[in-house]
Design a protein around this ligand. Structure first.
Ligand SMILES: Nc1nc2c(ncn2[C@@H]2O[C@H](COP(=O)(O)OP(=O)(O)OP(=O)(O)O)[C@@H](O)[C@H]2O)c(=O)[nH]1
Ligand SMILES: [Mg+2]
Length: 427
């Protein structure tokens, strides 16, 4: 079975803590603060590798972790930053956050790269905090936590052209003939179980990617056969190549086949019917094919039909030139489809909500929000100086004022994450 969806747990490295240290030099009785900064944690970055066409490599991977940054060192030396972990994925990979269902990366160009989990920044060493008031700060910043998330990685095939039609009409034979792709060919239904991509090059040098897709049957859009799972791969194809068994090898009427497939495409997504379509009348070598074609043309006088014998490689070049013409005048589609339009793109510069105050009742209050959380994670609440500093930041952010406005009184408990303190005017 074609594996084009995998779930992964990712964790970027934490930043190394800044160091509290003092210079100790010969003949210098009191050295200044000299604790170095922590190194940055490694990020987990997805990179497009055009040599890959499946997510198979990730199939047995559950966790991907980047290493933590090193702690700061003495003599103001930086701890070493950890290396980023690069995860190679095929072009057309989409990464979705499982918790929010947000699409956080849509790797749709060949140089695509996306930081999926940002490594934590290293904390500052104590030498940064020396001031006139305190020339020997016993305080350094802790490294930030690296991001972690559970994601679903999905590959949407990026084909310019998609081959559609009933099973056994000759789709795989077509791709075998026109490209180096070698999907299996056989006379039973659903020979092709997963999409195959082939690069087609016309004699004039124009090239495009053609996808051989599993056969569709009536009811595919409701999940019958294998069609449903793969209909979504057609979403991104700019041109549809619709192959009809004009020889009626299996006894079905090609006119019905054509109608049913179009209905299935429309049932899946009306937009698909607006795509340019090239109609291929295949198996023209079989008895009865000419008569069927005559009826077909009569029923669809306005449609252009290409006659082929894919097995013998006949009539294919004309089809490929027609595809080229259509591709040249059909723009690429947006990669994120309309049902995902409401989805926000993930950016690291997105505005953080500063904070919210929640009255938990019984004189207990909670302050929460992205920014508060980040400041909290960065604070060193083990030292008095760190606590003082933290309180000052909250005050600058007007957290005190907002608490009071919300009704918080002296002596009430205020919680930030798992840290609680007593509310008092001007601590
Ligand atoms: N007579 C005749 N048979 C053909 C022609 N093209 C393909 N076939 C035969 O049709 C059968 C099915 O071909 P495939 O290419 O596997 O068909 P498919 O559409 O990929 O089928 P699925 O993968 O099952 O959806 C094979 O036995 C082919 O040899 C043709 O032009 N003439
Ligand atoms: Mg096939």
């Amino acid at each position: 079975m074609f594996i084009d969806k995998v779930k992964l747990e990712l964790k970027a490295g934490n930043g190394g803590d800044g160091l509290v240290a003092f210079r100790r030099e010969k003949y210098v009785p009191l050295g200044g603060p000299a604790g170095g900064d922590g190194g940055d944690g490694g990020s987990v970055i997805f990179v497009v590798d055009t040599n890959k066409s499946t997510l198979l490599d990730l199939r047995y991977t559950k966790f991907i972790r980047a290493k933590d940054g090193e702690k700061g060192k003495t003599k103001r030396m930086h701890g070493e930053s950890a290396e980023d972990v690069l995860v190679k994925v095929p072009l057309g990979t989409i990464v979705r956050d499982l918790k929010t269902n947000e699409v956080i990366a849509d790797l749709c160009d060949k140089d695509g790269r996306a930081i999926i989990c940002q490594g934590g920044k290293g904390g500052l060493g104590n030498y940064h905090f020396a001031s006139g008031r305190n020339s020997a700060p016993e305080y350094a910043k802790m490294g930030q936590m690296g991001e972690e998330r559970k994601v679903e990685v999905e590959l949407k095939l990026l084909a310019d052209v998609g081959l559609v039609g009933f099973p056994s009409v000759g789709k795989s034979t077509f791709l075998n003939m026109v490209s180096k792709a070698r999907p299996e060919i056989a006379d039973y239904h659903f020979t092709t179980l997963r999409p195959y991509l082939g690069l087609v090059q016309n004699p004039d040098g124009f090239s495009f990617v053609c996808a051989d897709l599993p056969g569709l049957i009536e009811g595919a859009a409701q999940g019958k056969g294998l069609g449903h799972e793969f209909l979504r791969h057609i979403e991104r194809c700019r041109v549809i190549l619709h192959i009809v068994d004009m020889g009626s090898e299996e006894g079905r009427d090609p006119l019905d086949d054509f109608k049913i497939i179009n209905e299935e495409l429309g049932a899946y997504d009306q937009e698909l019917l607006k795509r340019p379509m090239v109609i291929v009348a295949n198996k023209m070598d079989l008895a009865g094919a000419d008569e069927n074609l005559r009826r077909f043309k009569k029923a669809h006088p306005d449609l252009e039909v290409f006659e082929t014998m894919t097995m013998a490689g006949e009539g294919l070049q004309a089809v490929l030139y027609r595809v080229e013409e259509l591709l040249k005048k059909t723009p690429s589609f947006a990669l994120i489809q309309k049902e995902e339009n409401t989805v926000k793109r993930y950016t690291y510069t997105k505005k953080e909500d500063e904070f919210r105050i929640v009255n938990e009742g019984g004189h207990n209050w909670r302050v929460e929000g992205d920014k508060i959380k980040r400041i909290f994670e960065n604070a060193d609440l083990k030292s008095e100086e760190g606590i003082y500093r933290f309180a000052r930041i909250l005050k600058n952010m007007k957290v005190d004022q907002k608490l009071r406005e919300a009704g918080c009184q002296d002596g009430d408990s205020v919680y930030i994450e798992d840290y609680g303190f007593v509310f008092e005017e001007d601590i």
